[in-house]
Design a binder for this molecule. Structure first.
Ligand code: HAM
Length: 414
């Protein structure tokens, strides 16, 4: 039985095949995301993977709605697997915002589902690090979030030569659109054309823009001017003060596909431009109000970073660490009469926090030792009799004999 297209199997390393993903690498990515988010004072939250369909159809915008994994459940409810986390976050914040001091700084690592055409960097499920800051309109909040995005990528060993944050503003595009005589009804349609401009042919873009009363030449001239708005300038200065200016450039080609963005938007890309976006986000100051039916009005911004492009990039740049089983001790059982006491030793060492392996069934001494080596354990421990344990450090080859109760004091954790 084959797995569904666009879904992944995660195996422990060493990987049996290059068509599967590493569960060790996944854990490393999650740990790094968590570590950096906590450094910035973000708290973890989560929501349900299945939501009412309506949460996404009214809030996310056409593109994502066309990719929904939706169905009618056995209670005749219209439901959908979550394609993104932001509407769920907005719902959760709106429901209990009074319990939390502002600004709220929250992160999550949801698995998301989108029925996309499978291609490099795009699958039908992915894990996405989401970091959002709620209840602050000042651009200082935008800078804080972009700094988190940069530091997250740096925590994986990536540098300003590997990636760049392309910073843009829907406000700037809104002004351009209004000055060009565009009407509000077609504004999102206009944004969608800009969003696709890098992937579409000039003829396609020209045709669509003309239909809205704009020319590709005017749009291109605006993009090329690249002049930061007052708001973008303030973000750039804030980042410069942190020594992060080299990681960011103003780039009006970025406008973001999702419907709810209202102001500053940004995306992280590899410098060579070989991969799809590593991360994307921006301000969505109206979404919480929309989702709460006008009851709660809070400014917000955030970003999402997927694991698919990130791991592909880390692999290509040789930035993924080597993963092994990280076992500390292998308890050798060469004399089966000592098995009960050896099991007690295994249990005591595990209780003391060590990662411990041992032979489940009787086995020859050399086979046991080979297994210990395969597991790359640091120590072997073997009962000499019912009172003493012989502990050997496999790298230094030092060997000591310790009293049974004292064994743990002679073992250092990895
Ligand atoms: P998004 O741009 O749709 O934004 O997704 C963010 C990131 O998730 C992308 O840059 C990409 O790395 C990854 N991603 C998206 N779709 C796929 C896919 N089919 N396969 C693999 N990776 C994918 C959002 O989802 C916003 N909700 C982010 C956000 C949070 N905005 C504010 N707060």
């Amino acid at each position: 039985m084959e797995r569904l297209p666009g879904f992944r199997d995660f195996y422990p390393e060493p990987l049996p095949h290059n068509d599967v993903w590493s569960c060790d690498a996944r854990q490393y990515v999650f740990d790094t995301w968590r570590k950096v988010a906590k450094r910035y004072g973000f708290r973890e939250y989560d929501g349900p993977p299945l939501e009412p369909l309506e949460l996404f159809t009214t809030k996310s915008g056409e593109e994502i709605v066309g990719q929904l994994y939706n169905f009618t459940d056995k209670g005749e409810r219209e439901v959908s697997l979550r394609p993104e986390m932001t509407p769920t976050l907005a719902r959760m914040v709106a429901a209990h915002e009074r319990n939390y001091k502002k600004p709220v700084k929250w992160f999550a690592i949801p698995q998301l589902f989108r029925y996309e055409r499978q291609q490099k960097g795009r699958l039908r499920e992915h894990f996405q690090f989401n970091a959002d800051l709620i209840g602050e309109t000042d651009p200082a909040a935008d800078a804080e979030l972009i700094a988190l995005l940069i530091d997250t990528l740096r925590a994986f060993g990536l540098t300003a030569e590997d990636f760049v944050i392309r910073l843009s503003s829907r406000n700037a595009w809104q002004d351009f659109y209004k000055q060009g005589g565009g009407d509000t009804a077609h504004e999102y349609e206009f944004f969608q054309i800009i969003d696709k401009i890098e992937r579409a042919t000039p003829e396609e873009s020209e045709k669509k823009l003309t239909a809205l009363g704009f020319s590709l030449a005017a749009v291109t001239a605006f993009i090329e001017s690249g002049k930061p708005t007052v708001e973008l300038d303030s973000i750039l200065q804030n980042l410069a003060a942190r020594g992060l200016r080299d990681f960011v450039k103003v780039d009006y080609r970025v406008i973001r596909g999702l419907a709810y963005y209202t102001g500053v938007v940004f995306e992280a890309f590899d410098r060579k431009g070989e991969f799809r976006a590593i991360a994307g986000g921006g301000r969505y100051n109206n979404l919480i109000k929309l989702i709460s039916g006008g009851k709660v009005d809070l400014a917000a911004l955030g970003f999402g970073m997927g694991d698919v492009v990130l791991v592909e990039l880390l692999k290509e740049r040789g930035r993924l660490p080597k993963f092994d089983s990280h076992m500390d001790v292998f308890v050798l059982i060469e004399d089966e009469t000592l098995r009960p006491l050896s099991l007690k030793l295994v249990a005591d060492l595990r209780a003391a926090g060590y990662a411990v392996e041992y032979p489940l069934t009787p086995a020859k001494a050399d086979k046991q030792f080979k297994r210990a080596q395969e597991l790359k354990v640091t120590y072997t421990a073997r009962l000499d009799n019912d009172a003493y344990v012989r502990i050997r450090h496999l790298h230094t080859r030092d060997e000591i004999v310790a009293g049974f109760a004292d064994a743990a004091n002679h073992i250092e954790k990895k």
